[in-house]
Unconditional design. Structure first.
Lengths: 249, 310
């Protein structure tokens, strides 16, 4: 069985981004870029399914600028077999990415698509669900456990109040939550091997998809600053402040 | 211009997040209708009709809608979508699950986690874990929105008297089925609705210590319990307690962070709390940059002292 793993190149999770002074966006020049952490979990899950013998081929795909090849190499170093870059300089919004992925699902016919539940840059949490809808597939979002049995996949989902399990007919789309697995460290020999794995580059037009953004960003601003408070001397002072000044208890 | 709010409910009751979503829908400026899609959900539909500001409740009832499966609920919304300029979901696990499916099927973009309505087509939403606020404008005919509940006050749960209209239920997709649910049972207030939250981090050291130290404080304050990602990953606290960028977004009156260093991803989930108290022995912990009151001390002694002093 073939698995498609869409991944996104984002500002590294350790970087605190700065809003540009002209209010047009955040400054990502010279900032460390990495694979979206949830997508790394998706790649790891696909590799584990391959190690269990459930999966035969893993295709990593990303949509974006030429530099996004880096994270495809990372995905292949974790264990993806080949990669596809849908290259464009246009700002891609989730609906456009979902349409590109739908075209690739039609072409590659994977039984499973595993991707992160959310990218940590735009925090949209949309692409997996949109892809599932466009491809008319069932979805298991926010997965903390994935079990493939025959032509079904059981997905345990992290929901408000606990966990929920759904059973989906394959092919299906799964989006990953934090507790699904802990991605392995990439080793140097595997990085070397990944360099030799095939990476195909195509354009959105090759897939017949219009990626024009639908949502216009008017401004990007700093959030209201929250002044750092005071350090109180002891518990008694704290209780007194909470009771008498803040009046919250 | 009419907005449709997709209610979050358990077939018997309307969940609180629905009320904040109604407020956001009203801010758009037209009539507000509410969809209750469920099974044997007449009680939930009747409750929705009581929400102040709601002019009509649509009630779709079938076994296929019982467990809120995204495929079926999305199909239900699509069947009703043509009459609406805006369709709003609470940005909860279930709203986030369904809304993008609806948007994609309508071929429109989605506005996620909206915190402010500027006009009928322009909204504010946080990006980069809340480190930037984007003002975005949608040119699509239908606006699909998920509403960050902390950005809007809840509408009054009573006082309205909307008509309840039954609508034909969408068919089962046949591609997904509900297997089961493990709900954390608790007498405490729900995390996203609590007025006070006591939250613990990795410094607690173990699941036993987490409960032993923080439970008495939460009990005393009638607070909900929360946790940092590090504490959840380490198994000290259940997953649905996680507060942060990709967990729960909370804004209680009082947030007490014990042994939480305050990674940006955690701050993203709680920095809109009215008063933040940090208890941490590390003077450099980033949590002190947002805390109104910081207590730089060992939490294992400070928390019991606090319990005794309350």
């Amino acid at each position: 069985m073939k698995v498609l793993v869409p991944v996104k190149r984002v500002v590294d999770y350790n970087v605190k981004v700065r809003v540009k002074s002209d209010g047009t966006g955040v400054d990502i020049a010279n900032v460390k870029m990495s694979m979206n952490p949830f997508d790394e979990i998706a790649v790891e899950e696909a590799v584990r399914l391959k190690e269990k013998g459930v999966v035969t081929e893993i295709i990593a795909v990303t949509c974006g600028v030429a530099a996004a090849q880096d994270i495809l190499r990372t995905a292949m170093a974790i264990g993806a077999d080949r990669a596809i870059l849908v290259e464009t300089d246009v700002e891609l919004q989730p609906l456009a990415v979902a349409k590109l992925l739908k075209a690739l699902v039609d072409k590659e016919q994977p039984q499973l698509v595993i991707l992160g539940k959310q990218a940590i840059d735009d925090d949209c949490n949309q692409t997996g669900q949109m892809l599932a809808a466009l491809a008319n597939l069932p979805q298991g979002t926010f997965a903390s456990k994935v079990e493939v049995t025959g032509d079904k996949v059981a997905v345990t989902r992290e929901v408000d109040g606990g966990l929920e399990t759904v059973s989906l007919s394959l092919p299906a789309v799964v989006t990953t939550d934090l507790r699904l697995n802990e991605p392995r460290y990439v080793t140097l020999p595997n990085i070397m091997k990944a360099r030799k794995k095939p990476l195909e580059t195509i354009k959105p037009a090759d897939l017949g998809v219009d990626v024009t953004p639908r949502i216009k960003t008017l401004t990007v601003a700093e959030p209201p600053k929250r002044g750092a408070g005071v350090k109180v001397a002891d518990v008694a002072a704290l209780v007194s402040k909470l009771k008498n000044e803040a009046k919250v208890i | 211009m009419t907005a449709l709010v997709i209610a979050e409910h358990d077939n018997a009751h309307i969940k609180g997040a629905t009320l904040n979503t109604v407020t956001a829908a009203a801010a758009v400026g037209g009539d507000v209708h509410v969809l209750v899609a469920g099974h044997n959900a007449a009680a939930a539909a009747a409750a929705a009709a009581q929400i102040a500001g709601v002019t009509k409740v649509l009630h779709a009832d079938s076994a296929a809608l019982a467990e809120g499966l995204a495929e079926n609920v999305a199909a239900q919304v699509i069947a009703l979508a043509s009459g609406y300029s805006h369709i709003l979901f609470p940005a909860t696990a279930s709203g986030k699950n369904v809304a993008p499916r609806v948007a994609a099927l309508l071929d429109v973009a989605q506005l996620s986690d909206v915190t402010k309505v500027i006009s009928a087509d322009t909204f504010e939403r946080p990006i980069y874990a809340g480190n930037a606020i984007a003002t975005v404008q949608s040119g699509d005919a239908t606006k699909i929105i998920t509403v960050r509940t902390t950005g809007f006050d809840p509408a009054a749960a009573t006082g309205g008297s909307a008509a309840v209209e039954s609508v034909a239920a969408a068919a089962d997709s046949g591609k997904s089925s509900f297997v089961g649910r493990e709900v954390t049972k608790s007498d405490r207030p729900e995390l996203t609705a609590a007025k006070i939250i006591v939250s613990g981090g990795r410094a607690l050291g173990s699941s036993d210590k987490f409960m032993e130290v923080l439970t008495p404080l939460a009990d005393k304050l009638g607070a909900a319990l929360g946790a940092s990602r590090a504490a959840v990953d380490a198994g000290y606290a259940p997953n649905d307690w996680q507060v942060g960028q990709t967990g729960k977004i909370v804004a209680p009156q009082l947030y007490i962070a014990a042994g939480i260093s305050g990674a940006i991803q955690h701050l993203a989930g709680m920095k809109d709390s009215k008063v933040i108290v940090a208890i941490n022995k590390d003077p450099e912990a980033p949590i002190f940059s947002v805390a109104a009151d910081g207590l730089e001390t060992e939490l294992f002694t400070a928390v019991p002292e606090l319990v005794a002093a309350l």
